[in-house]
Design a protein around this ligand. Structure first.
Ligand code: 26Q
Length: 831
C-alpha cells in the first residue's frame, strides 16, 4: 500500500522501488513507462543492481580491512542461468519489488521470465561452479570465481524436422545489468614469440617476448549470499585488442588488415566450446585457458603485493586456487613463471609456494576425456610455459626415481615413464603430449573426485600410479547443489509446505533439518498437501509443453523425465528403447487391460555437442518415436514422448519441481557424480538409476529400497566389455532393433549407425553396455508402475526423498572444501 511504501522509504536510504524502476526505464532506456514485461524487467534489474553493488562494496571493504585468506575458483565455465529472482530472494527484497511491480501492473514471475540465461557453461561442471559461488557467499567465505566472459554462451538448440540445429546465443544484446565493467582494470596476456636468457647484474634471467598481446578486461558479477550481508564476486575476463586498430594499415587504406588484430583478440573470449566431457584439442581452446588463468593470477598477485609487498612466502596463507577440472591447469606453469621470471624468486621457493596454493578437482573417468595438449602446439603458443613444464617434469621424474629406488631398474623405468607429464601419443608415436591431469596432480596439494565412487575410481584406476606415491593428496568431495535456487526459489509452493510443517525456514541454510519430514511421510493429510503441490507443478509444466508442442498432455499421468547432455554413456538410448517396448505392449492390450496401465508422459531434453554425430542421431530417434506414439489415438493418453528443445537452467527450474520419476541411467562407473539427481531428489522426485555417481549416496540417504536401482555394477564392467561379443541379447531387444531397422519410425538409414553401434561387433561393440542392462531396466520400469498404482506408497517415498536430501546441499560440499582443502574461514561484514 502507499502508506507502507511511504513508511519504508522513510526508514531506508535506498530509493522506493516503484519510482526507481520507472526512473531507470526513463534514464537508461528512454521509456516513459513499462509497456512490456521486458521493459519492466530492465527497470527492475537495473534498480536491484544498485542494492547489489551496495552489499558488494560493504563486503569488500570489510574483507580489505580483515585481509583473510581467499579461495579463488578457477573455471572455464559458470552456468549461472537467470539472476533477477535469485538476487531479489537472496537479498530479501522480494516483498518490496513484488509490491512495486504490482503497482506498475506487473507480476514478478512474468517479469523474471523476460531475462535471458547467462549460459557460460555446458552442463554439470559449469552449473556446479555456479552453485559453489552461491554457497561460498552464503557461508561468508572470502572467495571469488574467475572465468571467461564469453560473448556467445552455450548455443541455442532448435529442432528442424526433428533434428537438432544450433543457433548462436546472443545473450548480451540488451546489456547485462548483473555485471560491472571495471574500467582500467585490465592485464596484458601474451602468446607466442621467443624466450631468451639475459644477464641482470650477475644473475641470469629469462625474458619471454610474446609475438601477440591482448588485454584481459575485468567484468565483475556480484554474487549475493542468502540471509547474510555478504556479496561475493565472479570476475570474468573479456579479450580486447591492445591497439584499437593498425593505424599504418588504416592510413594506407587497407581497412581489412587494420581490423585483423581486433578480430584475433576478440576471438579469444568469443565462444564457449560446446563440448561436454570430451575435450576438443583446438588451439583456440588452449588460448582461452591461458588467457583467463594468466589474467586471474596477475590480478591476485597484484592485490597481494599491494598489501604484502614481495613476501611471497605468505601467499599460501592468503590465497588458494581450485582448478575446476584440468581446464585451468596451465596455472601451474603460469604461477611458476610469474614468481620466477617476473618476481625473481628462485625455482625451489616458487615451486613450494605454487604447490601449496593449487588444488585440482577431477570430473571425468573416461581416459580419452583427459586433456592432453601436443608439445608442438604448446611450445608455439606458450614457449616459456613449455620450458617450465619440461623443467617441472625433469624434477618430478628425478624425484620419482629416488622415491622408487627399491624397484628393479626395468620396473622403475616403466613406472617413471607411465607417470611422465610429457609422454608420447599412444596413437601416434611421432607426437609428444603434455598430460594436463598429471601436471595438475604434481602441481597441487589436494586432488579430489566429486562423489564417493568416483573418488575411488580416481584413486584405484585413473590416477592410481599417483595415488600410490601420494596417498594423502587424494580426497573425496561429494557434489552438492544450492537449495536456494533448486528448491526454495524454483518451488516456492513446496518450500512453504516444508516451512509450515517444520515450523521455520531454517532448513534453507541447514538442509539437514529436512530429515524431520520423515516423521510425516506416511501421514495421509500431509501426503495430500504434498500431492497437491506436485500436481500444481505438473500443470505448469503441461502448459509449457502445450506452448512448445501444441499438445495437451494428461496431467494425471506419471511424469517421467530425463534431462541432461546427450551422451552415449548417459544412455538416453536405453530410455527410448524402453518407451518403444512400452508402446508395443500397450498396442497389444485389450481396452480392459489398458484401463489398468499406468499412464506416462515421457520427457527427454538435452543438447548434443555440435560435432557429436551419434548424440544427434539419438535426438532424432527421440523425436521420431514421439511423432509416432503421440499421434496414436489408441494410446496417446497412456503414453506420450516429447523432446524438450533448448534444455537450460531456466527450463530445469520448471521441469524439476514437476517431475515424479527421473532417469539417471549411465553405464555404472561412467557418470562421475551427476547433480540433477540431487535437484530432483530435493523436489521429491523418485529416481530410477544405475549404481553410479552420486546415485549411490542419494540411495543411501533416501533408503535404498525407495530407489529403483537396476543394472550391472561398476566392478563388472571391464569383464562384461571383454565378453560382450558372446552376449546373448534379449528377444525383446532383438524385436525392437528390427522395428527401428525396418523403418517403424521412419528415417531408417539415419538410424542404421545407431542400431549398429549396439549390435554390430565390428562397428560399436556396445561399449556402454546398453544391451546388458536392457532386461533389468524393463523390470525396474515395471516396478515403477507397480509402486505408482499405490499412490500413498509413492507419496511416502517422494517425501522420503526430500527428507533425505540434506547431504546434497552445496553448503555441505563447500564447508568440506573450506575445512579439508582451502583452510579458509568465514568473514562476515556487519549488516
Ligand atoms: C575440455 C577441453 C576442450 C573443450 C571442452 C572441454 C570440456 C568442457 C566441459 C570437457 C569437459 C566438460 C564438462 C564436463 C562435465 O560437465 N562433467 C560433469 O561434471 C559434473 C560436476 O562434477 C558431474 O556431476 C558429472 O557427472 C560430470 O559428467
Amino acid at each position: 500500500s502507499a502508506v507502507a511504501e511511504a513508511e519504508r522509504t522513510a526508514t531506508s536510504s535506498s530509493p522506493a522501488p516503484t519510482g526507481d524502476i520507472t526512473n531507470k526505464l526513463k534514464y537508461l532506456f528512454g521509456k516513459e513507462a513499462a509497456e512490456t514485461p521486458k521493459d519492466a524487467y530492465h527497470g527492475t534489474a537495473w534498480s536491484v543492481r544498485e542494492r547489489l553493488i551496495d552489499s558488494f562494496d560493504k563486503t569488500h571493504e570489510h574483507w580489505k580491512k580483515e585481509d583473510p585468506k581467499f579461495i579463488y575458483y578457477l573455471s572455464a565455465e559458470f552456468l549461472m542461468g537467470r539472476s533477477l529472482t535469485n538476487t531479489v530472494y537472496n537479498l530479501g527484497l522480494e516483498g518490496e519489488y513484488a509490491d512495486a511491480l504490482r503497482q506498475l501492473g506487473y507480476d514478478m514471475e512474468k517479469v523474471a521470465d523476460a531475462e535471458r540465461d547467462a549460459a557460460l557453461g555446458n552442463g554439470g561442471l559449469g552449473r556446479l561452479a555456479a552453485c559453489f559461488l552461491d554457497s561460498i557467499a552464503t557461508l561468508d567465505l572470502p572467495g571469488w570465481g574467475y572465468g571467461i566472459r564469453y560473448k556467445y554462451g552455450m548455443f541455442k538448440q532448435v529442432l528442424k524436422n526433428g533434428y537438432q540445429a544450433e543457433q548462436p546465443d546472443i545473450w548480451l544484446t540488451s546489456g547485462n545489468p548483473w555485471e560491472i565493467r571495471r574500467d582500467g582494470l585490465r592485464f596484458e596476456v601474451g602468446f607466442g614469440g621467443r624466450v631468451e636468457r639475459k644477464k641482470d647484474g650477475n644473475k641470469e634471467v629469462t625474458v619471454w617476448t610474446p609475438s601477440e598481446k591482448v588485454w584481459a578486461q575485468a567484468y565483475d558479477n556480484p554474487i549475493p549470499g542468502f540471509s547474510t550481508p555478504t556479496t561475493s564476486n565472479l570476475r570474468l575476463w573479456d579479450a580486447q585488442p591492445i591497439s584499437e586498430f593498425d593505424l599504418g594499415a588504416f592510413n594506407a587504406g587497407d581497412y581489412d588488415r587494420a581490423m585483423l588484430d581486433r578480430e584475433r583478440a576478440e576471438a579469444i573470449s568469443a565462444v564457449l566450446y560446446p563440448n561436454d566431457s570430451t575435450p576438443e584439442g583446438k588451439e583456440l581452446r588452449l588460448k582461452q585457458q591461458y588467457f583467463f588463468v594468466c589474467a586471474s593470477l596477475q590480478d591476485v598477485l597484484s592485490r597481494f603485493k599491494a598489501t604484502h609487498g614481495t613476501k611471497f612466502e605468505l601467499l599460501p596463507d592468503k590465497a588458494c586456487f581450485q582448478l575446476n577440472d584440468t581446464h585451468p591447469t596451465i596455472a601451474v606453469a603460469e604461477l611458476m613463471r610469474l614468481l620466477v621470471d617476473v618476481e625473481g624468486l628462485d625455482w625451489d621457493a616458487a615451486w613450494t609456494i605454487t604447490t601449496k596454493c593449487l588444488n585440482y578437482t577431477n570430473h571425468t573417468v573416461m581416459p580419452e576425456a583427459l586433456e592432453k595438449w601436443p608439445v608442438k602446439v604448446m611450445a608455439k603458443m606458450l614457449p616459456r610455459h613449455m620450458e617450465i613444464i619440461e623443467v617441472i617434469n625433469e624434477g618430478w621424474t628425478k624425484w620419482l626415481g629416488g622415491h622408487l629406488k627399491e624397484l628393479k631398474a626395468e620396473e622403475r623405468a616403466k613406472r617413471i615413464s607411465a607417470m611422465s607429464i610429457i609422454h608420447e601419443n599412444p596413437w601416434n608415436k611421432e607426437e609428444m603430449l603434455v598430460n594436463m591431469a598429471y601436471l595438475a596432480v604434481v602441481g597441487s596439494s589436494a586432488v579430489n573426485g566429486v562423489a564417493a565412487i568416483h573418488s575411488n575410481i580416481v584413486k584405484d584406476e585413473i590416477l592410481n600410479d599417483f595415488y600410490q606415491i601420494f596417498p594423502s593428496k587424494f580426497q573425496n568431495k561429494t557434489n552438492g547443489v544450492t537449495p536456494r535456487r533448486w528448491l526454495a526459489w524454483c518451488n516456492p509452493e513446496l518450500a512453504s509446505l516444508i516451512t509450515e510443517t517444520l515450523g521455520s525456514n531454517e532448513w534453507i541454510n541447514d538442509t539437514e533439518k529436512l530429515s524431520a519430514l520423515r516423521a510425516h511421510a506416511s501421514d495421509p493429510t500431509f501426503q495430500k498437501k504434498w500431492a497437491a503441490v506436485k500436481h500444481a507443478k505438473k500443470e505448469k509444466l503441461a502448459a509449457l509443453i502445450k506452448k512448445i508442442h501444441g499438445d495437451s498432455v494428461n496431467t494425471n499421468a506419471l511424469f517421467d523425465i530425463q534431462i541432461k547432455r546427450i551422451h552415449e554413456y548417459k544412455r538416453q538410448y536405453l530410455n527410448v528403447l524402453s518407451i518403444i517396448w512400452r508402446y508395443k505392449q500397450l498396442k497389444k492390450m485389450t481396452p480392459e487391460q489398458r484401463k489398468k496401465a499406468v499412464p506416462r508422459v515421457c520427457l527427454i531434453g538435452g543438447k548434443a555437442a555440435s560435432a557429436y554425430d551419434m548424440a544427434k542421431r539419438i535426438i532424432r530417434l527421440v523425436t521420431a518415436v514421439g511423432d509416432v506414439i503421440n499421434k496414436d489415438p489408441e494410446t496417446k493418453d497412456l503414453l506420450s514422448l516429447y523432446f524438450l528443445p533448448d534444455y537450460n537452467v531456466t527450463l530445469a527450474e520448471t521441469i524439476i519441481p514437476a517431475a515424479e520419476l527421473s532417469q539417471h541411467i549411465s553405464t555404472a562407473g561412467t557418470e562421475a557424480s551427476g547433480t540433477s539427481n540431487m535437484k530432483f531428489q530435493m523436489n521429491g522426485c523418485l529416481i530410477i538409476g544405475t549404481w553410479d555417481g552420486a546415485n549411490i549416496e542419494i540411495a543411501e540417504e533416501t533408503g535404498v529400497d525407495n530407489v529403483f536401482v537396476f543394472g550391472v555394477r561398476a566392478d563388472e564392467i571391464n569383464q562384461l566389455r571383454k565378453e560382450r561379443k558372446n552376449f546373448k541379447t534379449d528377444p525383446r531387444w532383438d524385436e525392437i532393433m528390427k522395428d527401428i531397422e525396418g523403418g517403424m519410425f521412419g528415417d531408417k538409414d539415419y538410424f542404421k549407425p545407431l542400431v549398429d553401434s549396439v549390435n554390430n561387433m565390428k562397428v560399436g561393440n556396445d561399449w556402454f553396455l546398453v544391451a546388458n542392462d536392457f532386461a533389468a531396466y524393463l523390470d525396474a520400469q515395471e516396478e515403477v508402475d507397480k509402486v505408482y498404482k499405490d499412490q500413498s506408497e509413492w507419496l511416502r517415498r517422494s517425501i522420503m526423498y526430500t527428507a533425505g536430501s540434506g547431504k546434497f546441499s552445496s553448503d555441505r560440499t563447500i564447508r568440506e572444501y573450506a575445512e579439508d582443502i582451502w583452510h579458509v574461514k568465514p568473514s562476515r561484514p556487519a549488516a
